[in-house]
Design a protein around this ligand. Structure first.
Ligand SMILES: [Zn+2]
Ligand SMILES: [Zn+2]
Length: 339
């Protein structure tokens, strides 16, 4: 008798396991959020932002994460969390972020937030300390509007005013350099002379601030975007939650931006790139893009505007293989709103 082929399944008296997947296409099976990744000349921006659900955008090379959302794993590597306000979709992962950094032996995390909510943020961590039975090393730094904090030499965060239903602030990252005064540079003086002048206490340099990234968090009023450092930051990440004509009232009540307000200020923006975040879950991304294109068609000055979540990476799961993030090529109409 011929020996059974190794690949031939041996008949079993056990019933075959049921197919529990319902034959759903593999990419629909996991309900994992798709992180967006944007490559800019200054840093990468990665994260996730959908109104009411989660907002978290990390600039890994600059060691910061704007808001914390539900704390997706990659953002643990940033030492500073810049929290714009306390709404759950922006702040839910705060305790986890601080606790995990401590647990993993990283330096204690620092939360920088509006001064008005600093005590409440500390209170959350205190409560969690009681639940865990051990202290979570961390720092909470409250800033008033216009205050600055040095993240590292030459990299400064400054708060700017936003208007929302709860105390809030936007964050501006500044590249601060000390430059030789132009009148001295013109003279082409030798180094020892400049050193002598400095030793005599003369001011030979001036401070040059380059606004790198402005992040609004949640805000109403287009004028928010016209503040110095925001209007002219290299990259502006702004919310724009509502696009439907009938949603202006909804935007006003929740103190969010409606596309009409955004379009009003858009020609005055000098940013190299404007990234729209915090789109309403109800709004289909491709449709919103079309509305924006139409609204921008009449503008003479058109800054480059993109939707942050249009840079989402899709999680592809193949049976028997590890899940891997792969870039999505040009989107099709079938893509879901948050893809
Ligand atoms: Zn929000
Ligand atoms: Zn909010």
């Amino acid at each position: 008798m011929k020996a059974p082929d190794q690949n031939t399944p041996v008949p079993s008296s056990e019933p075959a396991p049921r197919n529990l997947t319902g034959n759903a296409p593999p990419h629909e099976a996991p309900l994992l959020p798709s992180l967006a990744v944007v490559k800019t000349p200054y840093c990468h921006l990665l994260g996730y932002s959908v109104a009411g659900e989660e907002s978290v955008i990390q600039a890994p090379e600059l060691n910061v994460v704007f808001d914390i959302g539900k704390c997706p794993r990659p953002v643990l590597t940033s030492d500073f969390c810049l929290l714009t306000h306390g709404h759950m979709d922006h702040s839910a992962g705060l305790a986890y972020y601080l606790s995990q950094r401590f647990f993993q032996g990283m330096t204690p995390g620092t939360v920088i937030c509006p001064a008005a909510i600093a005590d409440a943020v500390s209170g959350v961590i205190k409560s969690w300390t009681a639940l865990e039975g051990k202290a979570i090393a961390h720092r909470v730094i409250g800033l008033n509007i216009g205050d600055e904090f040095e993240l590292r030499k030459g990299l400064i965060v400054r708060t700017f005013a936003t208007r929302h239903t709860v105390p809030s602030a936007g964050f501006l990252l500044l590249d601060r350099r000390e430059k030789l005064k132009p009148e001295l540079a013109e003279q082409n003086l030798p180094g020892h002379m400049l050193r002598d002048m400095k030793a005599r206490g003369e001011k030979i340099t001036y401070t040059l601030d380059v606004p790198l990234i402005a992040y609004t968090g949640d805000t109403s009023m287009g004028e928010t975007l016209l503040q110095d450092g925001v209007r002219d930051a290299r990259i502006l990440i702004t919310e724009c939650t509502f696009f439907e004509h009938g949603h202006r009232k909804r935007a006003a009540v929740g103190q969010h931006l409606h596309v009409n307000e955004f379009i009003e200020v858009l020609p005055k923006l000098e940013n190299e790139l404007v990234l729209i975040s915090h789109l309403s879950r109800r709004t289909y991304l491709r449709w919103a893009q079309k509305q924006l294109e139409k609204a921008m068609a009449g503008l003479i000055i058109k800054p480059k505007v993109e939707f942050f979540m249009d840079h989402a990476q899709k999680l592809q799961v193949r049976p028997g293989k590890a899940a891997a993030f792969t870039p999505v090529e040009p989107a099709t109409k079938e893509d879901s709103e948050d893809a």
